[in-house]
Design a binder for this molecule. Structure first.
Ligand SMILES: *[C@@H]1O[C@H](CO)[C@@H](O)[C@H](O)[C@H]1NC(C)=O
Ligand SMILES: *[C@@H]1O[C@H](CO)[C@@H](O)[C@H](O)[C@H]1NC(C)=O
Ligand SMILES: *[C@@H]1O[C@H](CO)[C@@H](O)[C@H](O)[C@H]1NC(C)=O
Ligand SMILES: *[C@@H]1O[C@H](CO)[C@@H](O)[C@H](O)[C@H]1NC(C)=O
Ligand SMILES: *[C@@H]1O[C@H](CO)[C@@H](O)[C@H](O)[C@H]1NC(C)=O
Ligand SMILES: *[C@@H]1O[C@H](CO)[C@@H](O)[C@H](O)[C@H]1NC(C)=O
Ligand SMILES: *[C@@H]1O[C@H](CO)[C@@H](O)[C@H](O)[C@H]1NC(C)=O
Length: 566
């Protein structure tokens, strides 16, 4: 039997019930595609003209938007140890693209397959073993690829058990990859492998970052009295005109605007984002097609699932894996269980959460993915009342109070680059500076999430931001070692062409690896959003759905209120 569909050329009924799975995946894919349609986390200011008119009667910024120039930012240069850190997480080399572009020789998920490798000894899988799946990437002509660099993700899961774990994917640099999964639950477990981007698309993403770091444009409105002007701003601007230098004196973080013609640099009122401008070469967009070669499942050649038997006598719960890093945890019955020591407790009712937060001040800093936690706590805790600071919606700062229990929860966005709505320039505070303003102590919880707005820049820009935050975290932990610092990592998201070119999961993955390297060895706790989104059956979204957020909050609260093991 052969079923023809856009996604899968051929489905053989090797496993019974395959059709059901196939139908499920098709439904899932259709659903996924629909979700993709309006998922700009940053419903940015798509129309700069319209935004200007909100503020002033001008139609165009008075300065050009720098875009395709090569910009030499001296502050992109790194110290040798920073360079070494980046080298340690470097992505394999990806191919030069054929000119003109043709998909023929590029990675094709429909022709690619994975195979579950037979169990090594004894013929049966047991809890505590590892499962390996060998992935062979092929091109659109069905020929095996001979080099690596594709972005492949994998998970092992079972819907009825509410179980899922992220796989570690090893690139053999010859067109084949191995996905490794710890076996953590008894019963059925099904392998799912997804090609996020062909290596050729990653070449494009890499080039865009190098050549067009300003493809997301930013602006500021300047105003004094009746005079106003809107100019282009960015992390690094070609000095074709006089600049206003907003480089932060404490952190050294650079930010510039072109100097308004008739106004001083002190009259900056707002910050906002323009519409993205990417200059792709002819046909490069064909490398980013949802359902064709962007975030598309790879089918199994043979069976895609196994049955896991109970742990054998004398075996440890989880053997130490050869593939690092090991997953942060896994879902079972929909609840996240941490691996590696920590225990995640369920905070299933408001009183348990409020009790944990009693007498605490929780400072949340970062992008909207941490604002989502603030919103979550507000929505589930009836006694936590948001104080009306008259901040613009989605911008913040925000503050919520439970007077009876002496709980204070605050949220503040990070400084530029920040690209959601129009933000007052005075609200652009660097996280490191905010941390320097905190006394700290056992009642203080600091929660950070800084990643979603850095995707379009060279990784150096993000690394420098992380390092300035790291120094501030070290100062905080030095003066108040009891302070709890929790970092929410980056996560996968729904991809469209536009999102991919500025905020692809590939960019996010590079950032995520940098973040883990920067905070390694510090007394900070991670909430592994990457694994928690990847392992879950719900679709990848920049703002994960409530069941995932609930689990993240459980992890956070388990750090704040660790409980004795029963
Ligand atoms: C898993 O594979 C077995 C055959 O090995 C098959 O009976 C079963 O239906 C499959 N389950 C799923 C969910 O694909
Ligand atoms: C942007 O908004 C202005 C004013 O509302 C409108 O005239 C213009 O057509 C819009 N441009 C685009 C590309 O939507
Ligand atoms: C332009 O300015 C005039 C007078 O100041 C004002 O009445 C009008 O609303 C403004 N237009 C926009 C689009 O803001
Ligand atoms: C960029 O600027 C730095 C320092 O100003 C200089 O050493 C370097 O050669 C420049 N690079 C390019 C490609 O122009
Ligand atoms: C690719 O490399 C892996 C690991 O070295 C090896 O096991 C595999 O046989 C290689 N595949 C091909 C097609 O050479
Ligand atoms: C901007 O200001 C910072 C801090 O004062 C300074 O180090 C830097 O050289 C300035 N950059 C430019 C391009 O003027
Ligand atoms: C600056 O002011 C001059 C004189 O008032 C005016 O002609 C010019 O249009 C203004 N330029 C901008 C960019 O507002």
């Amino acid at each position: 039997m052969e079923i023809r569909a856009g996604k899968w050329r051929k489905v053989s009924l090797f496993c019974p019930k395959y059709t059901a799975v196939f139908l499920f995946l098709v439904v899932f894919a259709v659903y996924f595609l629909q979700r993709n349609i309006n998922l700009l986390e940053t419903p940015a200011v798509a129309n700069v003209t319209a935004v200007h008119q909100l503020f002033q009667n001008k139609t165009t910024p008075t300065t050009p938007v720098p875009n395709r120039q090569h910009i030499n930012c001296s502050h992109h240069q790194l110290l040798p140890e920073e360079r070494r850190l980046l080298d340690s997480i470097a992505w394999p080399e990806t191919p030069r693209l054929p000119v003109p572009i043709s998909l023929k020789t590029t990675s094709d998920p429909a022709h690619s397959t994975f195979t579950i490798l037979p169990v090594r000894a004894g013929g049966q899988w047991h809890v505590g073993d590892e499962l390996e799946a060998l992935i062979q990437i092929r091109d659109f002509q069905g020929r095996p690829k001979h080099f690596g660099g594709d972005l492949v993700i994998a998970r092992l899961h079972d819907r009825t058990l509410g179980a899922g774990v992220a796989g570690r994917v090893v690139d053999h640099l010859n067109g084949s990859y191995t996905a490794v999964f710890p076996l953590l639950w008894e019963g059925r477990a099904q392998v799912e492998v997804t090609l996020v981007h062909p290596s050729e698309a990653i070449s494009v993403l890499h080039r865009l970052t190098m050549e067009q770091p300003n493809r997301l444009s930013y602006f500021s409105l300047f105003r004094s009295g009746s005079v106003s002007e809107t100019v282009a701003c960015n992390e690094c601007l070609p000095p074709t005109q006089p600049l206003c230098n907003y480089t932060d004196l404490h952190t050294g973080e650079p930010w510039f605007c072109y100097k308004p013609k008739n106004l001083s640099c002190d009259t900056r009122i707002t910050h906002f984002r323009g519409s993205p401008k990417h200059n792709l070469m002819a046909k490069e967009e064909t490398l980013f097609r949802s359902g064709v070669n962007m975030k598309v499942s790879i089918r199994a050649s043979g069976c895609n699932n196994i049955t896991v038997l109970p742990k054998e006598k004398g075996q440890p719960e989880v053997k130490s894996s050869t593939v690092k890093p090991e997953p942060a945890g896994y879902y079972y019955q929909g609840a996240w269980r941490a691996l590696g020591g920590a225990t995640v407790h369920q905070f299933n009712n408001p009183s348990a959460i409020s009790q944990c937060l009693t007498d605490k001040v929780v400072h949340m800093y970062g992008d909207s993915t941490i604002r989502q936690w603030f919103e979550y706590l507000n929505s589930v805790l009836p006694d936590l009342k948001e104080f009306n600071l008259h901040s613009a919606k989605r911008t913040g700062p925000f503050m919520s109070v439970d007077m009876a229990r002496n709980i204070l929860v605050k949220y503040r966005p990070h400084a530029p680059p920040l690209s959601w709505t129009v933000i007052p320039a005075n609200e652009l505070h660097y996280v490191a500076n905010e941390l320097d303003g905190i006394v700290g102590g056992s009642r203080t919880v600091v929660v950070l999430s800084v990643w979603a707005h850095f995707g379009s820049y060279p990784i150096e820009v993000y690394l420098r931001r992380l390092l300035s935050i790291r120094r501030a975290v070290l100062r905080l932990l030095d003066r108040a070692p009891d302070t709890l610092v929790v970092i929410r990592t980056a996560n996968l998201r729904a991809l469209t062409l536009g999102i991919a070119l500025t905020n692809s999961d590939w960019y996010t993955l590079q950032q995520d690896r940098a973040l883990r390297a920067v905070f390694k060895g510090l007394n900070v706790h991670l909430v592994d959003a990457w694994d928690m989104v990847l392992a879950h059956h719900l679709p990848h979204e920049i703002h994960p759905r409530p069941p995932i957020i609930k689990n993240m909050i459980d992890v956070l609260l388990s750090y704040i209120c660790p409980q004795e093991k029963a």
